[in-house]
Design a protein. Structure first.
Lengths: 105, 315
């Protein structure tokens, strides 16, 4: 098995692991970490496809690689917004719970 | 053979760390695991022949994201036990696991059925690269062939910053973000915050300049420069900037604006938005990079700082 197939298959597992954590972990910060793992799985899969596209003397297709750099920076920006939202939630409600508040009659 | 074994070891460690991060007992362990995971991911990028991506991953994916999450964990203490009571039941967890396995299986099927011959744009990039005047194909793609993506990314960063700032309570709007860090002025943190920034600035500017022809570029460079600024702030040597400072706000938007200006200029000189006239590609790319670098440093550092939280001076 060549290196790009190996990492592509690992990436599939990373997406699954992240998805499980996103659903199963109740704490929003844990969900955020799990979501980042899921995202990194997508990135690695994309990077493996870039490696597969090695041609014309380049070790990998530079177009998906350049997009990956963009993706990593945008993922950081989205994570920063989510962290700010989460900290604001705790500041205003005193709790990090995402559960529906009990209905008031 | 040796490289396959090394790759397999990296993969096993990566999957184990990911799993551990997802099921770890508390949030601090999970985030600590995630930082190590990010560094290991850089190794994966090296193995996948993406040195530029590896640098970005180490700096942003592991470094900045890790620091951001660690900072959040510190402020989340006390909310964990309460939320733990809402943990999903065994049924939900089993369903989640089933769904995760299903998605993984579908992706694996996709990987095994990838098309041959392999679609690639590399044969288009290589002959056209000399026209851009840069030798690093990644930089060529980022700033010439797919400049629109990079422009939109620069704008997304500004929008993310506006998003983060908008979570500020009304009374803190325009004030300084985060706590005023206090550290022992003779301690090791303050010492490092004096010794490291000059080195970090040199390395940052080197990465920026080398990015034209070698792995590196403005994103990696901006992250290192932003990290140096964060270090100085955390050591208490300087405070986070006021978010209503006009110069600061101008610095944030000037990069994307210069990028758009060059793009509009291309309408006349090259007949297309973001087109470069013959022979002018390198100088125009340089103008964009030099305008974007300070904007990226500011935005990354301000995203790390978070929303304004201290009451601004009376106005």
């Amino acid at each position: 098995m060549n290196v790009e197939t190996l990492f592509a298959l690992a990436a599939c597992a990373l997406v699954g692991i992240g998805l499980y954590g996103l659903i199963a972990q109740p704490h929003p910060l844990r969900k955020l970490v799990a979501f980042n793992i899921m995202g990194s799985g997508v990135f690695v899969l994309f990077g493996a496809l870039a490696k597969r596209g090695a041609a014309a003397g380049l070790a990998a297709d530079p177009v998906p690689q350049a997009l990956l750099i963009t993706a990593i920076v945008v993922a950081f920006a989205a994570t920063a917004v989510t962290v700010a939202l989460l900290l604001r939630l705790i500041d205003s409600t005193g709790s990090a719970s995402l559960a529906e508040p009990p209905a008031k009659d | 053979m040796m490289t396959t074994i090394a790759s397999a070891a990296v993969v096993l460690l990566l999957l184990w760390l990911a799993l551990w991060t997802v099921v770890a007992r508390d949030a601090f362990l999970a985030v600590a695991g995630f930082v190590v995971y990010g560094l290991l991911l850089s190794l994966v990028w090296v193995r996948l022949a993406g040195i530029d991506v590896a640098l970005t991953e180490a700096a942003i994916g592991g470094g900045l994201t890790g620091a951001l999450l660690l900072g959040a964990v510190g402020r989340l203490r006390g909310t964990e036990n309460e939320v733990a009571a809402e943990a999903a039941g065994a049924g939900t967890r089993a369903l989640a696991a089933l769904l995760a396995v299903g998605v993984t299986a579908a992706l694996v099927l996709g990987v095994l059925m990838l098309p041959e011959p392999v679609p690639t744009l590399a044969p288009l990039v290589v002959p056209n690269l000399p026209a851009t005047g840069v030798a690093n194909p990644i930089t060529g793609v980022l700033l010439a062939f797919r400049a629109l993506d990079t422009l939109l990314e620069a704008i997304v960063l500004v929008i993310a910053l506006i998003g983060v700032w908008s979570f500020a309570p009304d009374r803190a709007w325009g004030g300084r973000p985060g706590p005023r860090y206090q550290a022992d002025p003779d301690g090791i943190l303050a010492y490092l915050a004096r010794v490291l920034p000059p080195l970090g600035i040199v390395i940052g500017i080197y990465l920026f300049w080398a990015g034209a022809d070698h792995p590196g570029g403005k994103f990696q460079s901006a992250t290192i420069l932003a990290a140096m600024w964060m270090l100085v702030q955390m050591a208490g040597l300087s405070d986070a900037p006021r978010t209503d400072h006009r110069g600061l706000r101008a610095g944030v938007v000037i990069g994307p604006l210069a990028f758009i200006a060059v793009g509009v200029l291309g309408l006349w000189t090259a007949g297309a938005f973001l087109g470069y006239p013959d022979g002018w590609a390198k100088p125009l790319i340089l103008v964009i990079e030099i305008a974007l670098l300070p904007a990226l440093v500011l935005v990354l550092a301000l995203l790390m700082n978070g929303p304004p939280s201290r009451v601004g001076a009376a106005r």
